[in-house]
Design a binder for this molecule. Structure first.
Ligand SMILES: *[C@@H]1O[C@H](CO)[C@@H](O)[C@H](O)[C@H]1NC(C)=O
Ligand SMILES: *[C@@H]1O[C@H](CO)[C@@H](O)[C@H](O)[C@H]1NC(C)=O
Ligand SMILES: *[C@@H]1O[C@H](CO)[C@@H](O)[C@H](O)[C@H]1NC(C)=O
Ligand SMILES: *[C@@H]1O[C@H](CO)[C@@H](O)[C@H](O)[C@H]1NC(C)=O
Ligand SMILES: *[C@@H]1O[C@H](CO)[C@@H](O)[C@H](O)[C@H]1NC(C)=O
Length: 376
């Protein structure tokens, strides 16, 4: 649960630069390496959320509830302003998505703007949703604008559409699965000249827009260990030659696995350093509180310790529940879905997402090992 303030970082850096000149305050030099700084957990949490009433979530199919289905069943039209996504018992994880479990476990209002298939920006990695013959609605062009419109909207009876008090509402962004995946960066389908840092810039731009609208509590969920999923995995670990989401996957699955591993770890390393940079050094978000939530670490922990998370009869992290042809037809679901980390070649299972929800509630509680907290 590391917690950092600018003061603490400056204190550490000045202590470090003073060291060679003035000698260590503690044991003498010859006694060994300098002792590490005191554990950040000894400092009061900078997160300091007193009450958690509402979650506003942005993302893709790892978060989407019913929003893409609305587009699909309304000829590509967006839901009207003030539309609250209803619970979907057949979301991309085979059941309800994690924000519904945050609602169930924490009693929070959930305003879910995530859209399956979404990327951060269609100006960087547009991906076509064939059912509506258009790009999947993206975070930049659709999700955040839809939230901003709803946040200002009152129903005809005078009730505000959203209940989002500044001091008890958390805004989460969990995006990158599609941006970094197929028909996007991994197979070089981005708009010519666009690079992965453009996607990362896009994510921080969304925080800036939300901040400008008054939001103050943010969770940035880093990217998942996609190299562990059947779609991008190693052949020896259940990796597939082709899936319904990527029927024309290149033949060298080992190479795809390696490129995905490099991509997600590099992006997460950027998040790790850029998040404190924007908050503490660039001071882009005065008065705001951020938690950088380590979804990569959490899902990897599920992968390595399945029985701690999966409660079906025979936990498995390489197989998956719902088997379809590469055309997405003739799907057959395994019994005992809570045994699986993956619902299908690309999506975590519902039981995995219950775990996401529990971890998310801990993160919002200000004391999670899966988060690093920063305040400005
Ligand atoms: C669906 O949308 C397309 C493209 O916007 C439009 O041409 C078509 O008329 C619409 N169909 C219906 C039934 O509204
Ligand atoms: C006002 O209208 C909204 C949307 O129809 C509804 O959900 C809400 O319960 C209504 N509020 C009151 C106080 O009637
Ligand atoms: C994937 O393709 C390789 C090479 O063609 C083949 O040997 C292997 O059996 C295939 N794996 C699966 C799961 O179909
Ligand atoms: C597949 O890619 C891996 C990793 O890049 C490489 O070691 C291997 O030789 C490739 N296999 C083939 C058949 O080209
Ligand atoms: C697994 O645990 C969840 C609660 O986290 C529960 O809803 C579900 O029924 C359990 N599944 C099985 C197979 O026991």
């Amino acid at each position: 649960m590391p917690t950092f303030t600018l003061q603490a970082l400056l204190a550490l850096s000045s202590a470090a630069s003073a060291w060679p000149h003035f000698g260590p305050p503690g044991p003498p030099l010859h006694s060994g390496p300098p002792s590490p700084p005191p554990p950040p957990s000894s400092k009061p949490s900078s997160w300091n959320l007193k009450k958690f009433t509402s979650l506003v979530a942005f993302g893709d199919s790892y978060t989407d509830d019913s929003r893409l289905s609305y587009f699909g069943s309304h000829n590509g039209s967006a839901p009207p302003v003030g539309w609250i996504s209803p619970a979907n018992y057949h979301s991309a994880d085979g059941g309800r998505p994690w924000p519904q479990y945050v609602a169930q476990y924490a009693g929070a209002n959930i305003y879910n703007y995530a859209v399956s298939g979404a990327v951060c920006s269609n100006n960087i990695t547009p991906r076509t949703f064939s059912a509506i013959n258009a790009d999947f609605p993206d975070v930049d062009g659709y999700e955040v604008p839809a939230y901003l419109a709803d946040s200002k909207y009152s129903y005809p009876n005078g009730t505000n559409a959203l209940n989002v008090p500044v001091d008890s509402t958390v805004y989460s962004i969990f995006i990158g699965t599609n941006d970094l995946g197929n028909y996007a960066f991994i197979d070089d389908s981005q708009v010519a000249g666009k690079v992965i840092p453009d996607y990362i810039d896009c994510v921080y731009e969304q925080f800036s827009r939300l901040y400008a609208s008054g939001a103050r509590y943010f969770v940035l969920q880093n990217v998942s260990p996609l190299q562990l999923s059947p779609q991008y995995g190693l052949p020896s670990k259940g990796g597939l030659n082709a899936t319904q989401y990527w029927p024309e996957k290149p033949a060298n699955t080992t190479e795809v696995w390696g490129r995905m591993l490099e991509t997600v770890t590099t992006v997460n390393d950027v998040y790790k350093y850029r998040t404190p940079f924007e908050i503490l050094i660039n001071r882009k978000y005065p008065g705001a509180h951020f938690a950088l939530m380590d979804m990569f670490g959490l899902i990897t922990d599920m992968y390595n310790n399945p029985s701690e998370y999966l409660n079906g009869t025979n936990p498995t992290v390489t197989g998956y529940v719902n088997h379809c042809t590469t055309a997405g037809t003739n799907c057959v679901a395994a019994s005992n879905p809570d045994s699986y980390l993956w619902y299908d070649p690309l999506h975590p299972s519902e039981q995995a997402e219950r775990g996401f929800a529990r971890a998310f509630i801990d993160v919002v509680g200000g004391n999670s090992k899966w988060a690093t907290y920063y305040s400005a």
